[in-house]
Design a protein around this ligand. Structure first.
Ligand code: NAP
Length: 213
């Protein structure tokens, strides 16, 4: 399967390496391919392109850009290049304000989420919230003594969620499907919770696990 990534930061690079490791074809999308020359030299199997080229390349598309420019990046990628495809949304709507006692601020409200805003603007893409509630260093085949961590996902398209669940199986995660896009109102703030031990005690290596009897 071909994966196009919109974004070239830590998350996009980490996931791209994960997809390559698991045998996918990958194109990383950026506004400035020249800046990624060193990355491409160490990942010669990967392709580099614009946001639009990466979106067109992917049979599934990953969105991993700063939350406040996510819509802008998708507009540059082009709605037609996203239509009918699973869109793995790792973004968090983090506001520019500094954390207060370790607690980040979001630019969304409790009755809304970034992913719903994006799904509304790009109705033909099949958004799935995923990878937003763990640090990049633990996204691909993380090892914890307590076993597999849980990735909370949501989205409106069952087929896209099945694709994402298969990817999460390969990436060493247990998937907890929280339902439709509205569940992103709960999944996005997991980022705030996840970051508190980091800002307060410099602990950045944990992940969430859902325990079910
Ligand atoms: N870092 C983590 O551990 C982590 C974990 C979970 C979720 N997340 C979320 O994942 C997303 C990506 O995080 P990140 O740390 O990898 O990188 P980031 O610094 O949040 O974002 C980098 C990307 O944003 C793009 N970008 C910046 N300004 C832009 C603009 N004006 N228009 C279009 N694109 C723009 C950059 O594009 P260019 O390539 O063109 O420069 C780059 O690809 C964020 O929403 C973050 O909250 C991060």
């Amino acid at each position: 399967m071909k994966i196009g990534l919109i974004g070239s930061g830590t998350v996009a690079q980490t996931l791209a390496a994960g997809f390559l490791k698991h045998g996918y074809e990958v194109m990383l999308g950026t506004r400035d391919t020249a800046r990624l020359a060193a990355w491409q030299a160490s990942n010669p199997e990967a392709r580099l392109g614009s946001f639009a080229q990466a979106a067109a390349f992917g049979e599934a598309v990953v969105l991993a850009v700063k939350g406040n420019v996510a819509a802008q990046a998708l507009r540059a990628a082009g709605a037609d290049n996203l239509a009918g495809k699973p869109l793995l949304d790792a973004c968090n709507p983090i506001a520019d304000a500094p954390p207060v006692n370790g607690v980040l601020s979001f630019f969304t409200t409790y009755g809304d989420s970034l992913m719903e805003q994006l799904q509304c603007e790009f109705p033909q893409a099949h958004f799935v919230k995923v990878f937003n509630s763990v640090g990049a260093a633990r996204m691909v085949n993380p090892e914890f003594k307590a076993g597999k961590p849980t990735m909370f996902i949501c989205g409106n398209d069952a087929g896209a969620k099945a694709t994402v669940t298969k990817i999460l199986d390969q990436f060493g995660w247990e998937t907890a499907d929280m339902g439709a896009a509205e569940a992103a109102r709960a999944i996005e703030p997991l980022c705030m919770l996840w970051c508190i031990p980091g800002f307060q005690r410099n602990l950045w290596t944990h992940a969430f696990k859902l325990l079910i009897e």
